[in-house]
Ligand binder design. Structure first.
Ligand code: MCN
Ligand code: CUM
Length: 809
């Protein structure tokens, strides 16, 4: 074997040992998860711990005439019953929301949605607490309610929020009606109107992204323990953003922030449901402060589905203008956003409609205008949840459905229309009409790869034949080909436009190398299943040449982790992932000085080689990172402090813009409305890929949730404001039986501004998946002049489409 081959093998072996970036490293957290050894909030048991449960409103809108807690208090085992009257003297009957509104912790004079929190019973165990909630006597006087957001701002609509009815300027400007929350506008209205007035072809469609819910396996929960002697509060909870919760608790309780210890242990799925602050958290804290013992609150499934953060409920009037050749020349969108009874959207402060203005999508659209009106209704609050990237789900749904509607009007193939309008690779960084700077992309390459993989041309040929056969009465099956080419915007975000409660949306990493060369690293983010313990270690492994197995990642304890804004909006990789790389590089710079001292050469004479610094031209003279670590504690160079650690707070210069090309082939039985997904192909480009296996897992999960939303999931209300989908009897949660098989693929277009070129991926499959399914369904019926068919596409609704089109004979 010649010398070079030996060197190559040695380097390959050393690289493999690291299990660094690009490696399909197995998820280290799964060892405990698959053995049932995870530690969740409900696993925590403290001495003397009590349990809280809510009395909830049966009405969607009603006046509270009286609350009598005496029967409940008399039940043995009941310790206390809190109502708004108890919280009011503490100033805690309302809490601030992340959207600049206030939300009732316990309802005072009125209830505004079904299952709203009215009283909090604290008892010796959960069952007693639950029994006692039925003994709290509340007298209500029902009021007319608003379920349809289009009726919110009618002149004679009942005023929902009497607490702010005189406040005609909200957190985001003037309010047009007492039930109006905000109007948000962006883009050049006049120029857009002019383009529409003169366009060859225009389309206009009301696209509804219906209300749904993330429904993580583990519901929202908290455990508060107040130490009266030390004046310290420890709060365990299902928090996607533990530091933000600490700050919020400090601001609303008046407890100094250093005396609040927030801990998010293992979390059984978040999906955006665990970003906001909930009444249950506040009540467990107040309960513990008042009683001096730990108080736990654990939501049940119905409470989770009907009260904590819902998703979507965007009613989007979407218009496109184009030339007759199919060049899109303008976009105009008006959104009516149903925010429920309180504006508790978890958006960055300046973005009341999230990043909805990414709605020009992957296309080079010269002018656009977007206006969003947020309104109150008698429904649960929330809105930003469920793999949404701050309303990018809605934005992508709007553009990807609209482009199909336009293709149909133009009589053009939907893939061809997309390709014709794509932003070209050489246009990046691309400035969109609605204000974003897309960092990088190569849409044409991705689209071509996807079309070849799915066999697009032959699918269309097969579809044409099937349509003819259907018309001849030879088959009762319709075939749809769904396409979605999405552009995401993740990694909130640059301080110039992203903050939460005034705190800039940076994130952080602290890396500490121990004398023996093993590592602990702590982040400001918090995994809920995304595999952070596995993947951050891979970044460090590659950057510092230390095996990932020697690196422990810790998140979720605000006492030990550096301040960070948490995990949502697929921001962990774009922001904390960048912080990790930068902190590692700081360590590496110091390590180089130590290595130079050890090898008695000048720093500039050293070069990095996988896991060591070696002397240029003398590869046999080297010091491994492990050796350097020992030296850092044992004999650091003179004038250099001992130790080897670094922290970085990373403020991203821009967002990252992942993208993808998705195709779905669907067969629908017109007589039953049953839709079968024959194939689903997803090509994702998230820049540099840290762990391809975790990415694939993220894509599988996100697509499964996209399938759920598009094909059946819904939080529906009847005209009385009764929530119809608040249990898994009614709310569609796909199992392995219904879930299609996923085909995944990728291209790699690194982010030019991210230290390792990585973009986020966690939400992409959901963002791209929902319109892909809906487009497949719509495409199946398109040749029958069905018009736009609204989601969700469950069998009952598709059967009704068949009825409406007279297909059932
Ligand atoms: N990753 C990678 N290479 C990339 C990008 C990401 O290997 N180029 C890996 C990351 O290292 C990380 C995972 O993929 O392990 C997701 O990373 P990222 O896209 O940065 O997203 P976050 O970690 O910030 O996760 C948030 C995102 C959101 S907002 C929702 S909602 C969602 C999602 O993640 N909720 C989830 N995926 C989820 N997956 C699980 N299991 N549970 C949830 O609650
Ligand atoms: Cu919008 S759901 Mo995720 O951002 O936690």
């Amino acid at each position: 074997m010649n010398e070079q081959v030996k060197i190559d093998i040695d380097r390959a072996e050393r690289t493999e040992k690291l299990q660094g970036m690009g490696c399909k490293r197995k998820r280290v957290e799964d060892i405990r998860f698959t053995q049932g050894k995870g530690s969740y909030v409900d696993d925590l048991k403290l001495p003397g711990m009590l349990f809280g449960d809510f009395v909830r409103s049966p009405h969607a809108h009603a006046r509270i005439v009286s609350i009598d807690t005496s029967r409940a208090k008399a039940l043995p085992g009941v310790i206390a019953v809190l109502t708004a009257a108890d919280l009011k003297p503490l100033g805690l009957h309302y809490m601030p929301t992340l959207a600049g509104d206030v939300q009732a912790v316990l309802a005072e004079h009125k209830v505004l949605f079904q299952n709203q929190e009215v009283a909090f019973v604290i008892a010796e165990d959960r069952y007693i607490a639950s029994d006692a909630t039925e003994l709290v006597d509340v007298v209500y006087e029902a009021l007319p309610c608003i379920v349809d957001p289009f009726k919110s701002m009618l002149p004679d609509a009942p005023i929902l929020r009497e607490d702010i009815q005189d406040k005609m300027v909200g957190a985001h400007g003037p309010r047009k009606h007492p039930n109006h929350i905000f109007e948000w506008q962006i883009g050049d209205r006049q120029a857009t109107d002019d383009v529409f007035a003169n366009a060859d072809v225009t389309i206009k469609e009301m696209l509804v992204d219906h209300r749904t819910h993330p429904s993580p396996l583990e519901t929202c929960q908290s455990l508060a323990s107040f130490d009266k002697v030390k004046g310290e509060l420890t709060l365990w909870g299902t928090f996607q953003a533990p530091h933000v919760i600490r700050t919020v608790v400090s601001l609303i309780s008046g407890l100094p922030e250093h005396k609040i210890h927030v801990i998010a242990p293992d979390i059984g799925g978040g999906f955006g449901n665990k970003v906001g602050a909930y009444a249950g958290y506040v009540c467990s804290v107040v309960g513990s402060i008042v009683l001096g013992v730990p108080v736990k609150w654990v939501e049940d499934r119905m409470e989770n589905l009907s009260t904590t953060s819902f998703a979507r409920d965007y009613h989007m009037t979407t218009e496109l203008a184009a030339t007759k050749e199919g060049k899109i020349i303008g976009m105009r969108v008006h959104v009516l956003a149903d925010h429920g009874a309180f504006d508790a959207c978890a958006d960055p402060s300046k973005w009341p409609a999230g990043f909805m203005n990414i709605c020009t999508g992957s296309y080079d659209i010269p002018v656009a205008y977007l206006a969003v009106d947020g309104v109150y209704t008698n429904k649960a609050p929330g809105g930003v949840a469920y793999r949404c990237s701050f309303r990018v789900t809605e934005a992508v749904f709007a553009i990807e459905r609209a482009i199909e509607v336009l293709a149909q009007k133009l009589g053009m193939d939907a893939a061809e229309l997309r390709i014709k309008n794509f932003i070209k690779a050489e246009q990046f960084p691309y400035h969109s009409a609605l204000g974003w700077e897309y960092d990088s992309g190569d849409y044409h390459t991705a689209m071509k790869k996807a079309m070849d993989a799915i066999g697009y041309t032959s699918l269309r040929a097969e579809q044409a034949e099937k349509r003819e056969a259907f018309k001849r009465g030879e088959t009762r099956e319709l075939m749809g080909v769904g396409i979605s080419f999405f552009t995401e915007i993740v990694g909130a975000g640059p301080a110039k436009n992203c903050d939460i409660l005034g705190i800039a949306m940076f994130d952080s990493a602290e890396i500490r190398i121990h004398p023996t060369g093993s590592v602990i690293a702590r982040m400001g983010t918090k995994s809920q299943g995304q595999g952070h313990e596995t993947t951050y270690a891979q970044i460090i492994a590659t950057e510092l040449g230390i095996p990932a197995d020697d690196i422990m990642i810790e998140e979720g304890n605000t006492d030990t982790a550096p301040y960070g804004l948490g995990t949502y909006g697929s921001r962990s990789t774009p922001v904390a992932g960048a912080a990790t790389a930068v902190a590692a590089r700081k360590i590496k710079a110091k390590a180089q000085m130590i290595a130079a001292h050890m090898l008695e050469v000048h720093e500039g004479d050293l070069e990095w080689d996988i896991d060591r610094f070696r002397v240029k031209g003398l590869p046999e003279k080297f010091k491994t990172m492990k050796e350097i670590a020992w030296s850092a504690y044992n004999a650091p160079p003179p004038n250099l402090e001992p130790g080897l650690e670094a922290v970085n707070y990373y403020e991203p210069p821009n967002m990252t813009y992942p993208f993808g090309a998705y195709f779905c082939v669907m067969d629908i039985d017109v007589d039953t409305g049953v839709a079968k997904t024959r194939r689903f192909y997803a090509l994702d480009d998230c820049g540099t890929r840290i762990n391809p296996m975790i990415i694939e897992g993220q894509v599988h999960g996100g697509l499964t949730e996209a399938f759920a939303c598009a094909m059946g999931q819904e939080i529906r209300y009847d005209e009385m404001g009764n929530v119809m989908g608040a249990s898994f009897m009614d709310f569609f949660l796909p199992t392995a039986v219904e879930t299609p098989k996923w085909e995944t693929d990728f291209t790699v277009t690194p982010s030019p501004h991210h230290p390792i070129g990585a973009k986020g991926v966690g939400e992409s499959p959901h963002v791209g998946g929902v319109p892909c399914f809906s487009n497949a369904v719509n495409d199946a019926y398109a040749f029958l002049d069905a018009g736009h068919i609204q989601m969700p596409h469950d069998a009952w609704r598709l059967w009704k489409v068949g009825e409406r089109l007279g297909l059932h004979g």
